[in-house]
Design a protein around this ligand. Structure first.
Ligand SMILES: CC(=O)SCCNC(=O)CCNC(=O)[C@H](O)C(C)(C)COP(=O)(O)OP(=O)(O)OC[C@H]1O[C@@H](n2cnc3c(N)ncnc32)[C@H](O)[C@@H]1OP(=O)(O)O
Length: 426
């Protein structure tokens, strides 16, 4: 056993431009998207025919045929086919969780280099047939002869014919992500104005980042798309204020298509390695992967808001690292919904929440809002669930590289009441 750990370098990343559902990638599969994200990284870092330690990636919405999606993407890429691959899934936390798994293996010296990634497409969602129809069709398939097959087919009734379409919601509460977030927004009294302001800033910051060339070495054009097609550089809080609420009722109806992420298609990948591997390949690390934490909350019995788990994960990670919430140069908080980011920030400022729910003597306090999602986030880029973690790591690492030193906090809420957070440093 090797009890020592080593530093984990973030060398860089790549992603496809993100596309709103049923637009530029309407006919593209998860496998094609993930392969494109990996191959972009291969091209950028000269990894053709390299056997990497491991590729860990995943998709939230997967067809049965994609049972080993990441392995298939590796086999379809220009990496050496001897590169092992693992599929994981932790809803919107998938991409960051993939990076944590690769980083931990590197830290333990089990592998020298790996890729973490994620992909999702809501355009090619895994629509299945109803349970009743599936079971009856399996009997047809299992029948030994034509007579048996005809008999089994005869057992199918019109009422058996139905589709199972994946729901963007929680099976245990039957509420959508947006409806859950609307309840949390009401609890924390998050105003429509503040949500629209955050959404407008996301669009303006992402547009500025593209214009400044910040994303030139992170995004590779794909299927005719060069930039995320959800991006509206002309978004202003005034324009967003005109949109109709889509989630929540009455007082809770503050969330719109403009201050919520759209359903999105896309993929991302991040290259992580040991310092030794980076040096051997003449690569300068952008940043280092320092630590991570996951948390889960009981949203089912009303104990906590569905998307509030990062509020719990961050203080645990801060304590372990002897840091305060203010010790960061950049805060990359996934904008599932503007209200969710604002609810989390408000919770960290609240003495009662911090004492009673987090068990802290004092509130975590406010962050310097000028350091929040400085190059835009999911409201502007879009949110292909499992690809968001990679997008965020790449942005945070490059921000640190450009600054020369500092620390970034990454926080991602996920369906199922979970949250995945991490610290990058340079
Ligand atoms: C852990 C997690 O991450 S949880 C999050 C998981 N993700 C989700 O839950 C996805 C949530 N999002 C959705 O379900 C959908 O995108 C919805 C319901 C919010 C909106 O869906 P739609 O109504 O189809 O959105 P659509 O794109 O048509 O936009 C509605 C209107 O808002 C307008 N609009 C949207 N964004 C903007 C903007 N930034 N500026 C100005 N107008 C805008 C559109 O132009 C459209 O206007 P129109 O009706 O005049 O054409």
């Amino acid at each position: 056993m090797n009890p020592t750990t080593q530093r984990v370098a973030v060398l860089g990343g790549n992603r496809t431009p993100f596309a709103r559902s049923n637009t530029a990638y309407a006919d593209v599969s998860n496998q094609e998207l993930l392969t494109a994200a990996i191959d972009g990284l291969v091209a950028r870092f000269g990894l053709q025919d390299e056997r990497l330690g491991e590729v860990v990636a995943g998709a939230v919405l997967k067809h049965a045929r994609d049972f080993n999606l990441t392995r298939e993407a590796v086999l379809g890429s220009r990496l050496a086919p001897e590169t092992p691959a693992t599929d994981i899934q932790e809803a919107c936390g998938t991409g960051l969780q993939a990076a944590i798994q690769v980083a931990n293996k590197i830290a333990l010296g089990q592998i020298d280099v790996g890729i973490a990634g994620g992909t999702d497409t809501t355009s090619d969602a895994p629509v299945a047939i109803s349970d009743r129809l599936r079971k009856k069709l399996m009997k047809v398939n299992a029948a030994r002869d034509t007579v048996g097959k005809v008999k089994a087919l005869g057992a199918i009734r019109p009422g058996d014919i139905g589709l199972e379409i994946p729901q963007n919601g929680e099976p245990r509460t039957r509420l959508s992500m947006g409806e859950h977030a609307a309840l949390t927004a009401l609890e924390w009294q998050i105003t429509r104005e503040d949500q629209d302001e955050l959404a407008a800033a996301s669009h303006q910051h992402l547009a500025a980042a593209y214009d400044a060339g910040f994303l030139d070495d992170q995004v590779t054009a794909f299927r005719g798309l060069e930039r995320d097609n959800n991006l509206r550089p002309d978004s202003t809080a005034e324009k967003l204020a005109k949109l109709k609420p889509v989630f929540g009722r009455g007082e809770a109806a503050t969330m719109t298509a403009g201050n919520s992420t759209p359903l999105t298609d896309g993929a991302s990948a991040v290259l992580l390695s040991s310092e030794e591997w980076a040096a051997e390949h003449g690569l300068e690390p952008l940043a280092y992967f320092v630590d991570s934490e996951t948390a889960a909350v009981d949203y089912v019995h009303g104990g906590e808001g569905l998307l509030m788990a990062p509020a719990y994960a961050v203080p645990r990670m801060l304590e372990r690292n002897g840091l305060t919430l203010q010790d960061f140069d950049f805060y990359e908080i996934h904008e599932a919904f503007a209200s969710q980011v604002l609810s989390t920030l408000k919770a960290w400022e609240d003495p009662i929440f911090c004492k009673e729910r987090l068990g802290l003597d004092a509130p975590l306090g406010s962050i310097d809002r000028s350091r929040l999602n400085v190059n835009g986030s999911s409201l502007a880029a879009g949110h292909p669930f499992a690809a968001t973690g990679g997008r965020i790591i790449n942005v945070a690492a490059k921000l640190l590289a450009e600054k020369g030193s500092g620390r970034a906090l990454i926080s991602i809420c996920a369906a199922g009441g979970q949250g995945v957070v991490a610290i990058l440093e340079r």
